[in-house]
Design a protein around this ligand. Structure first.
Ligand SMILES: *Cc1c(COP(=O)(O)O)cnc(C)c1O
Length: 386
């Protein structure tokens, strides 16, 4: 085994981005400041969003988006079990109850047709997740939200650059939360951003982001700022640093190129693995969209494969190839079972996906030769003839 380890994800950081981080470190201003302001402006113009707040993470964004709804015990937020734990965790942290809707078997996105029957007098918000960068069917979802007066907080952690019917996620609708974690489509190390079209809500989010201060620190210590601030309510410490924004400023202009490369590789996987009985491949919905291909996630068919998902991941590791697990169905984690009484069988599509899903290597600098290595390793594991 003399081939280098092939990870399932790897960030692409340009020399210019590294130089910008160094320049930031040498500038004397390393926390929230001019580079964060510039990055927020760049996000506004890329996303077409009137209000953009950069953050320390997407988890922070989901949290304050929910806290700003002033949820009371018993209030309900509708989301999907086929997501990262942060989606549900933040609902609980904001004091509400997660109510789950199962996913479509081939897109892994929330089945919008099942939302209506979960809405009742306690429902306050819907949190769809654009799985892997494939947009949820937002038109019927927003029609429902409007009819029932519900907020929509889109977990767009996978979906920067995603488009739904020709419109970019972040450019329309209610509120969106993006992640810049190193595995996501662009990175600031850790980081995130929230977009909204509601000016009052954006002002509240700005308070919650930074201690509940009515003026942010970088202004205060500058030449033009006053030394005074007021605390309007207790807030969190969820601001992004200039060191992070320095990366983001150089990542964002590369995003569309990253997505093009991810798309080419994902489509090549779809062609190379078509008709393999060992896999069920993800399928596109019929509405117009641009997939951001944050992840490439087929489902293993253990009977045909001769191993289950965990066995497959282990066998790939033995061949020096990394894979990822995004995600096991969140309702089956011990906390969620104990606290809300969720049990196996509650959300069968999510459970089946959660037991069989695997993220194959996919990142912008991945070569076709590396992708062929992945396919060859699979043939070997499944005992297929070359
Ligand atoms: C990554 C991710 C998050 C959290 O993002 P962080 O920036 O790491 O906090 C939330 N939801 C989903 C679906 C994610 O994939």
């Amino acid at each position: 085994m003399n081939e280098e380890f092939l990870p399932f994800a790897r960030p692409s950081i340009s020399r210019a981005a590294i130089d910008e981080v160094v320049a930031c470190l040498e500038s004397g201003w390393i926390t929230t400041g001019p580079r964060v302001q510039k990055f927020e402006e760049a996000l506004k113009s890329y996303l077409g969003a009137p209000h953009v707040l950069s953050l320390s993470s997407a988890t922070a964004g989901l949290h304050i988006a929910l806290v700003a709804l002033d949820l009371k015990p018993g209030d309900e937020v509708i989301t999907t079990p086929m997501t990262f734990a942060a989606t549900l965790n933040t609902i609980v942290l904001a004091g509400a109850t997660p109510v789950l809707v199962d996913v479509e078997p081939h897109t892994y996105n929330m089945d919008v047709a099942q939302i209506d029957r979960r809405i009742n007098a306690r429902t306050r918000a819907i949190m769809p997740v654009h799985f892997a960068g494939l947009p949820v069917d937002l038109d019927p979802l927003y029609r429902l939200a409007e009819k029932h007066g519900l907020r929509v907080i889109e977990d767009a952690a996978h979906a920067i650059g995603t488009e739904y019917k020709g419109r970019r996620i972040g450019a329309f609708g209610d509120t969106q939360v993006f992640s810049f974690h190193p595995n996501k489509n662009i990175t600031t190390g850790e980081g995130g951003a929230i977009t909204t079209r509601d000016e009052k809500y954006a002002a509240r989010l700005a308070l919650l982001r930074f201690h509940g201060m009515d003026r942010e620190a970088w202004n205060r210590f500058g030449k033009t700022g006053s030394q005074h601030y007021e605390i309007v309510e207790p807030g969190y410490k969820y601001n992004m640093m200039d060191i992070q924004a320095a990366l983001g400023l150089h990542q964002l202009p590369e995003l569309d190129g990253f997505i093009q490369r991810r798309t080419a590789l994902a489509e090549r996987y779809q062609r190379l693995l078509a008709d393999w009985p060992q896999w069920s491949l993800p399928r596109a919905p019929s509405y117009a969209h641009r997939h951001a291909w944050h992840l490439y996630t087929p489902l293993i068919n253990p009977d045909a494969a001769g191993c289950d998902r965990d066995g497959f991941m282990q066998a790939m590791k033995e061949r020096n190839i990394g894979t990822g697990l995004h995600y096991r169905a969140v309702h089956l984690y011990p906390y969620y079972r104990a606290r809300f009484g969720f049990k196996p069988g509650d959300y069968p599509a999510s459970e089946s996906i959660g037991n069989r899903i695997v993220s194959l290597p996919l990142f912008p600098t991945m070569t076709e030769a590396e992708q062929d290595r992945v396919v060859t390793a699979m043939r070997d594991i499944f005992g297929m003839r070359r």
